[in-house]
Design a protein around this ligand. Structure first.
Ligand code: XMP
Length: 192
């Protein structure tokens, strides 16, 4: 797998330092409130598991799953595949945790859905933030690192289901996902 990586952007050590910082911010924000970390499957599972073990206050854990659909070149929308049970949403303070905030569609839509289903408050925590790609206005309350407009894999992030198990975050070699030299994204990046 390593030969498919053009550049390592964040090493394992750098990742853990970024998570330490965000875990401290989350701990401060929720010190006096019950809250539930809602991990967006599949990409955020590694980040969420490292993050929650660095938050020394009570929390609950839940999962949500969504996938994008479209014409193969650009996402047209998002299908929510799985949500926490109503009792895990209604009246709760939720912290949505995702691997990357890219166009913003995933977290924007999931936040709206959780609020519609009765969540008391929804905040968002993204491991990576790619602000240059934002298509809908969305701001993460917490994020570990900003990345430029490169397709990144590792530490939970995949391309075609692979590379999630890399312990670092790297930029995938563009020739592996595109014949168009100007493209910075694969033809169809799924939202999981
Ligand atoms: P949006 O555009 O909804 O994207 O903010 C969120 C989801 O899109 C996937 N995504 C990526 N996955 N490398 C990846 O492995 C990337 O550079 C990338 N950009 C977007 C990801 O699943 C994320 O949850």
């Amino acid at each position: 797998m390593d030969q498919d990586i053009a550049t390592i952007l964040f090493s394992e050590d750098e990742i853990l330092k970024g998570i330490d910082r965000v875990a401290a911010e989350v701990t401060t924000a929720y010190r006096d409130q019950d809250f539930t970390v809602v991990s967006v499957l599949k990409g955020s599972c590694i980040f969420a598991s490292d993050l929650i073990r660095r938050i020394p206050i009570p929390l609950e854990l839940a999962f949500v799953s969504a996938s994008s659909y479209g014409d193969g070149t650009e996402s047209q929308g998002l299908a929510v595949n799985y949500l926490p049970a109503d009792g895990e949403i209604e009246g709760r303070n939720l912290l949505l945790v995702d691997d990357i905030l890219d166009t913003g569609r995933t977290l924007h839509q999931l936040s709206g859905e959780l609020i519609r289903r009765g969540a008391r408050d929804v905040k968002a925590c993204a491991f990576l933030d790619k602000p240059s790609r934002r298509a809908v206005p969305f701001h993460a309350d917490f994020s570990c690192f900003e990345v430029e407009d490169l397709f990144v894999v590792g530490y939970g992030l995949d391309y075609a289901g692979r590379y999630r198990n890399l312990p670092f975050v790297g930029a995938l070699r563009p020739e592996l996902y595109s014949s168009d030299e100007d493209s910075t994204e694969p033809a169809a990046a799924s939202a999981d």
